[in-house]
Design a protein around this ligand. Structure first.
Ligand code: PMP
Length: 412
């Protein structure tokens, strides 16, 4: 097969919709176009049946019951509904008062968790943002040490979206169940790639998203436990009472059908996909480290999901590196905020210095990534880094054995 450029290595940002998913969705655009809430005719029944089927497909992937699955617009909404919905439902005091309850999360969560937590902090909740160790892994012990008598909710992601590290989710789930605290996990980068069993893993609330698992964008799910304990949420969107009153609004039937199909395919194929992606990701990391010096793979070496890696390249400038690998679609370790380039807060949170954070790449592989594409990426990144280093006086100093961090630069 000939290599098609650009090579897509940004599957943690979004994935190509699987053609089998598209095929399942098509009849629901212009054939079965009813509103699932229309109870009086066959168009409505067809839509409702399709949603019921998708709910089963989603539940099966998680080891949950269909009744425990809510459909949302994606993981951002699921996270907001889980965190704000649970906090407000179980708050100890009225809105505006202080001491309404204690929440534990982590400083390197996705913004879709951090921002709702920050909002709750303004609304009278106490929030602890755990600082990760350099490995990026949040342990049961770290959560346990932060517990307080008034802790009501713990939200710790399963796998990190920037570095792919895996937190101790089943262990944290067990801890929360022992202490009767609600446990939410943002499973966006985990579900559909690695096995889940909400019973075994002690999860009360779990968010995930269609477009990260070869499904459509704008649709996601939230698992809400109904037994031991029965978790209740205050809704964010009120109206027609769809999704058990927790998420009103006419359901996105086509999206939900695609999401269900994506979950079904993921369940069947995740093991084989995972083995293949792990081998390719390890090859990429190994080759980068063998061909180049001053290369650092960020986060824990072993506790990582198969397809995501985050690599820093010393002595290159991040923007120039991105320009040098234009035929590789990937993410950089910098986020453009207005006019400035901020180093990633996740990498900073691990203690990665600004320079290395700026010159890092997140490369995320997916179902259609081929060995040929990985070989191309290895060659392209190596030559871009070598080229930039040839132009770098700092790299020359480094090669002469001078420790750059000890140089006293003089300002004139
Ligand atoms: N959480 C994590 C860990 C993610 O990676 C993402 C997507 N970048 C989200 C939440 C948001 O998901 P969505 O795009 O479905 O709103």
């Amino acid at each position: 097969m000939t290599l098609k450029l650009p090579v897509y290595l940004d599957n943690a940002a979004s994935t190509r919709c699987d053609p089998r998913v598209v095929e399942a969705m098509l009849p629901y655009f212009s054939e079965h176009y009813g509103n699932a809430g229309s109870r009086n005719h066959s168009f409505g029944w067809a839509a409702e049946e399709a949603i019921d089927h998708a709910r089963e497909q989603c539940a099966t992937l998680l080891g949950a019951q269909a009744k425990e699955i809510l459909f949302t617009s994606g993981a951002t909404e699921s996270n907001n509904l889980a965190i704000r919905g649970a906090a407000n439902m179980y708050a100890r005091g009225p809105a505006g008062s202080t001491g309404r309850g204690h929440i534990i999360t982590c400083s390197i969560e996705h913004k879709a968790v951090l921002d709702p937590c920050k909002r709750l902090a303004k609304e009278g909740f106490d929030v602890t943002f755990l600082q990760p160790p350099p490995s990026g892994v949040i342990t049961r012990a770290a959560v346990e040490a932060a517990l307080r008598p008034d802790t009501m909710l713990v939200s710790i992601m399963w796998a990190n979206n920037e570095i792919g590290t895996i937190n101790e989710v089943p262990e944290i789930g067990a801890l929360c169940h022992e202490k009767e605290i609600i446990f939410h996990t943002d499973g966006t980068q985990w579900v559909g790639k690695m096995p889940v069993d909400v019973e075994r893993d002690g999860i009360d609330l779990l968010s995930w998203s269609g477009h990260k698992i070869y499904g459509p964008k704008g649709v996601g799910g939230l698992f809400v436990r109904r037994r031991k304990p029965r978790v209740r949420l205050e809704s964010l969107v009120d109206g027609g009472g769809q999704e058990r009153g927790m998420r009103s609004g006419t359901q996105n039937v086509t999206g939900i059908v695609g999401f269900g199909k994506a979950c079904e395919i993921a369940r069947a194929e995740m093991e084989a996909d995972g083995i293949r992606l792990l081998r390719l990701r390890k090859k990429l990391e190994r080759e980068m480290q063998q061909r180049l010096e001053v290369v650092q793979v960020n986060g824990h070496a072993e506790r990582r999901i198969p397809g995501t890696t985050n690599i820093s390249f010393g002595f290159v400038e991040g923007e120039s590196l991105m320009m040098g690998i234009k035929d590789i679609a990937c993410s950089s370790g910098s986020a453009c905020t207005s006019a400035s380039l901020e180093p990633s807060y996740v990498l900073k949170g691990l203690g990665v210095g600004d320079d290395l954070a700026h010159s890092s790449l997140r490369l995320s592989l997916g179902r259609w990534t081929t060995e040929e594409e990985i070989d191309y990426a290895i060659t392209a990144i190596t030559s871009a880094v070598e080229h930039l280093r040839r132009l770098s006086p700092l790299f020359d100093l480094h090669k002469e054995g001078i420790d750059i961090s000890k140089i006293q630069w003089q300002a004139h």
